[in-house]
Design a protein around this ligand. Structure first.
Ligand code: SF4
Length: 328
């Protein structure tokens, strides 16, 4: 294997992961381990920018770690840790904030979206979010960051902050991360309308039982024009069909594409096939998850150990950073 460098990625502790998280990020995290040194962080500090309460923070962190490990993130090969276990990130965030123009931060579309979403909680952390994200990446000297097309501007901004720091202090200690643009499928929820999301309750949890999964699949909205079993359908506008393309065998996908158009198959049968294929796909994941969840201390130990390994890298970077800044 040729090691292509170091990858960093983080995700907020949203608890149990759903199909959208899996197809959009976790599956990719697992695959990247074959070619890169990977560092995956559960970014709990970032979570504070939007959370109204932290009562579920610990549990959500653990649940997410369980899902990541069960999906195949391997703590022997990769570092998996909790962001707040490495306090150096807060120090680097402060230092980077001094080379980041405020006007640019407040003009970012994501900041404007947040203002709209939580008008009663426009906190400083929301403005500084991209700076903390940059600190996360450069603290571990990651040279590759996997991003979806819509996140590319954020990484470009992170690169600007790095350039700004290196220029200001006449150094090259911080590495400008490259983006690895990954084609991320837009996973719609069971409503067939909006992106899959827990807050919209249109999600299918990875850790749900086969019965619960089947129940959610049977609730999926299909081709809205197909009202009766005898109506021909259009798989091109049906979210169930999109899922078949991901989880079903090619022969089944072709059969559904053909039969749906001539009303040869009904939506109920079509969904049953998808539910079975999805449950088959998730069976090994669920088995591993059940084993991990019997030993929560082991999972916490993995996270603590990952934190120690991450901190070692962070301490080295911060020595260089403080030196470059000229702190006595
Ligand atoms: S038969 Fe399948 S692909 Fe066709 S509309 Fe129904 S659920 Fe969708």
């Amino acid at each position: 294997m040729i090691n292509k460098g170091r990858v960093f990625s983080g995700a907020r502790p949203t608890g149990r992961q759903h199909l959208g998280n899996y197809l959009g990020a976790v599956q990719n995290y697992v695959a990247l381990q074959n070619d890169y040194d990977c560092i995956y962080s559960i970014v709990d500090l970032h979570a504070l920018t939007t959370l109204e309460t932290t009562l579920d923070l610990k549990q959500n962190t653990l649940e997410m770690a369980l899902d990541w490990l069960a999906a195949g993130i391997d703590p022997e090969r990769s570092i998996i840790f909790i962001q707040s276990h490495v306090p150096e990130v807060a120090e680097l965030h402060t230092i980077l904030s001094m080379v980041t123009p405020l006007g640019k931060l407040t003009e970012l579309p994501t900041f404007k979206d947040k203002i709209r979403e939580q008008p009663n909680n426009i906190n400083y952390g929301l403005v500084g979010y991209p700076v903390l994200m940059t600190a996360d990446i450069v603290l571990y000297k990651a040279n590759v960051v996997p991003v979806g097309v819509d996140q590319a501007p954020h990484l470009e901004f992170a690169r600007e902050i790095v350039r700004s720091f290196n220029f200001r202090y006449g150094t090259d200690v911080l590495i400008e991360p490259e983006m690895k643009v990954t084609k991320i499928p837009k996973v719609l929820g069971i409503d067939g309308q909006k992106k899959m999301s827990k807050s919209l309750n249109n999600h299918i949890e990875l850790a749900a039982t086969p019965e619960e999964t089947q129940k959610r699949v049977m609730m999926m909205v299909t081709d809205p024009a197909r009202k009766l079993r005898s109506d021909p359908g259009d798989p091109d506008v049906c979210n169930v069909y999109t899922m078949h393309e991901i989880f079903s065998k090619l022969e089944e996908v072709e059969m559904i594409n053909r039969e749906c158009r001539i009303a040869g198959i009904g939506c109920v049968d079509c969904k049953k096939i998808f539910a079975k294929n999805l449950n088959d796909h998730l069976a090994p994941f669920r088995e591993r998850r059940a084993k991990f969840s019997q030993k929560p201390q082991e999972v916490l130990d993995i996270l603590y150990e990952g934190g120690k390994r991450a901190r070692k890298i962070a301490e080295g970077t911060m020595r260089e950073v403080r030196n470059a800044v000229g702190f006595p």
